[in-house]
Write a protein that binds this ligand. Structure first.
Ligand SMILES: Nc1nc2c(c(=O)[nH]1)N[C@H]1C(S)=C(S)[C@@H](COP(=O)(O)O)O[C@H]1N2
Ligand SMILES: [Mo]
Length: 262
């Protein structure tokens, strides 16, 4: 029996693929991933991956979001916990380092460091909140890495803080869990895969360029991950949760690719 999908003309099919590729190109910012999809996708491939009818726009959107989740899995497989992001000399630090958020710089949250309590939740043994002095007492590391924003700029900066793997150990996190999610003092939230959480260059940054993390860059604490794009690096973190339930994110829920590797 002839289904509607099979009766789509070759030209319609090609149009659909072009539309899919345009949407994907917008959605997936990493050029290597884009190449993988550009070369790898055919209409049959899309239908097979998603198991869904591609004859209207809603279905295309749904298919694309499922492809993006498929792409998350591919990025997860390709991610090597031992591969380090490039590091740079002090002389290459970008000054001034750009500010970015979904609001203007003077609207950045104002957080009182004395009252600050970092909540930990989910699959962790020790749920006591953390104060700022407690975080500063832990062993700190420093790194100069490149931050890449999908809005078309990148900049080299120097952050120091607590290796996130050490913090996860300290709170007795279930390191087999799939996700770590972050809620911030603004409306922003995000989540990452456990492999990236445990990556040696993933740090809870408490300083920027030798100074206490300035308000605009995420005071009192941000997660700095040179292996992820800018929009996945949460500033002003208030709650950290270890979970197996997919948490999504502020930009990710609007179509940005969830894995967001750089
Ligand atoms: N809490 C919070 N974190 C955030 C954002 C935000 O709007 N709110 N924007 C993200 C984006 S898109 C970028 S590029 C970086 C910018 O960080 P910077 O101001 O330190 O350069 O923060 C990321 N983390
Ligand atoms: Mo960004």
């Amino acid at each position: 029996m002839k289904t509607e999908k099979q009766s789509m003309s070759l030209q319609e099919g090609q149009e659909l693929i072009k539309e899919a590729q345009r949407l994907l190109a917008r959605q997936l910012e990493s050029s290597s991933r884009r190449r993988f999809l550009r070369n790898g996708l055919t209409l049959g491939g899309i239908a097979m991956l998603t198991g869904c009818d591609l004859s209207d726009n809603t279905h295309v959107e749904q298919a694309l979001s499922r492809i993006s989740r498929f792409n998350d899995r591919v990025q997860g497989w390709l991610f090597n916990a031992e591969d380090l992001a490039p590091v740079y000399p002090e002389s290459m630090i970008t000054r001034p380092f750009p500010f970015n958020a979904f609001y203007a710089e003077d609207e950045a949250p104002e957080i009182d460091g004395e009252d600050y309590q970092l909540e930990v939740a989910g699959l962790v043994l020790h749920k006591q909140p953390w104060t700022l002095p407690q975080l500063h007492k832990m062993t700190q590391i420093s790194q100069i890495t490149r931050h890449i924003c999908v809005e078309g700029w990148s900049a080299i900066g120097k952050w120091s803080g607590v290796p996130f793997a050490a913090f996860l150990q300290a709170i007795g996190a279930d390191l087999q869990a799939k996700y770590v999610s972050f809620k911030c003092a603004d409306d922003y939230y995000t989540s990452i895969d456990m492999a990236t959480a445990l990556h040696p260059q993933t740090i809870m940054a408490l300083t920027y360029d030798g100074q206490i993390l300035p308000r605009k860059y995420g005071y009192p604490m941000k997660l700095r991950m040179p292996t992820k794009l800018g929009y996945k690096n949460p500033k002003h973190i208030q709650v950290i949760e270890v979970t197996n339930r997919f948490p999504g994110g502020y930009w990710e829920d609007q179509g940005y690719n969830w894995f967001g590797g750089s």
